[in-house]
Design a protein around this ligand. Structure first.
Ligand code: SF4
Length: 156
């Protein structure tokens, strides 16, 4: 929903704070997730994530969330799916070249990011979407990536 998406960008700082509290809780749940089995959890978590982020950000479930670095404006709503934008076609009024009624997601990304505590994150280069991850839960991936990183640190 476009209006809700715009609201999320306008309130990016609050949403950033919310996520900063949410992520550590998720990470602490790793032992439980491991016991239950990540494979078994994928579907229900994906459904919940899609419902919440679909409403808030028009999330397309790319599998590797960039919202923290894009001012809470989902780059997958760019008709060209540009992960490092904007392209050269932004209109003078800040709207999209392909969808003139829509503001460029990267204009929104800049607006949202400048309100966030981590306002420099937008300068990070986003890696291309891995199509193998499409449709999977980013939330569970964050937990798995965190523990994979910790395990490899311990092994060194
Ligand atoms: S970056 Fe990916 S996971 Fe994050 S809101 Fe957009 S489509 Fe969803």
């Amino acid at each position: 929903m476009y209006k809700v998406r715009q609201w999320s960008v306008t309130h990016s700082r609050k949403l950033e704070a919310l996520y900063r509290n949410f992520e550590p809780v998720l990470i602490r749940l790793h032992p439980l997730f491991k016991t239950l089995g990540y494979g078994r959890l994928e579907k229900p978590v994906r459904v919940a994530e899609k419902a919440i982020k679909g409403l808030m950000f028009d999330c397309r479930m790319c599998g590797k969330c960039a919202l923290g670095a894009t001012g809470m404006s989902c780059p997958m709503n760019c008709p060209k799916s540009i992960r490092n934008g904007p392209c050269g076609g932004v209109r003078l009024n800040g709207h999209c070249e392909v969808k003139p009624d829509m503001r460029c997601v990267w204009v929104d990304a800049w607006r949202g990011s400048q309100q966030m505590r981590d306002s420099q994150a937008i300068h990070q280069v986003q890696i291309p979407v891995n199509n193998l991850l499409r449709g999977s839960s980013s939330w569970l991936r964050v937990v798995r990536d965190d523990h994979t990183a910790r395990d490899s640190e311990t092994a060194q």
